[in-house]
Design a protein around this ligand. Sequence first.
Ligand code: 13P
Length: 256
Amino acid sequence: MRRPLIVGNWKMYKTPAEAAAFVTQLREVTAAVQDVEIVVAPSFPALLPVRDLLAGSAIGLAAQNMHWEPEGAFTGEVAPPMLTDAGCRYVILGHSERRQYFGENDAFVNRKVRAALEHGLIPIVCVGESLAEREAGLTEKVVTSQVEQCLAGLAGDAVANLVIAYEPVWAIGTGRTASPADAQEVNARIRELVRDLFGADAADRVRILYGGSVKPDNTRELISRPDIDGALVGGASLQVESFTGIIRACEEAGKR
Ligand code: 13P
């Protein structure tokens, strides 16, 4: 079965010192958690101190972005081997904020996904429709096209091991969550698409998260749905109490 996954995306919050204080506490309070995989995604400068503080714990480390080249004259960018060296197991790719503010498109994301896999990083590939697209009834079309393009050219066993995060743009940081039924419907559609494109094994194994205003009090209902394998959490991952509330709610949902 798919192991539930909770990822805290800290975006452009927390200095290295703040990140260090957070994970020191998180490590303590989640020491007994077994049935949920926990991952944090700090800013680049916080990766190294967080890696060191998490050594020997089950909490994983993710980066929030990456370039596709292994090195080169790309001022301001960070390469895949730098992330593996900094202890990352995961990398978030194609987040809607990258698409909205930094011009990333599906072709970029596809290059990054391939590069991540080549370097042994697990991509967390973000997809999701805007409010205008949802209101125009285009959710399925938009998400289908994003998944097809972001995963183009991959082998089924690569897709089986990666993570897809469905994050409707209108639910991010707004307090508006997709209803569990709506989120389940889109996640199920994504899994069906993965089945069509990459086969049954990939569809059964790929983890598909939901993200967008996930909080301790809405986690259980979301994660109890059959095709929601965890959450990508922004705002509520910034305090230890709310982040652990989400992790506990996920444990209580009792999925393995
Ligand atoms: P919020 O949880 O703050 O809505 O952010 C979601 C998100 O963008 C996670 O990647």
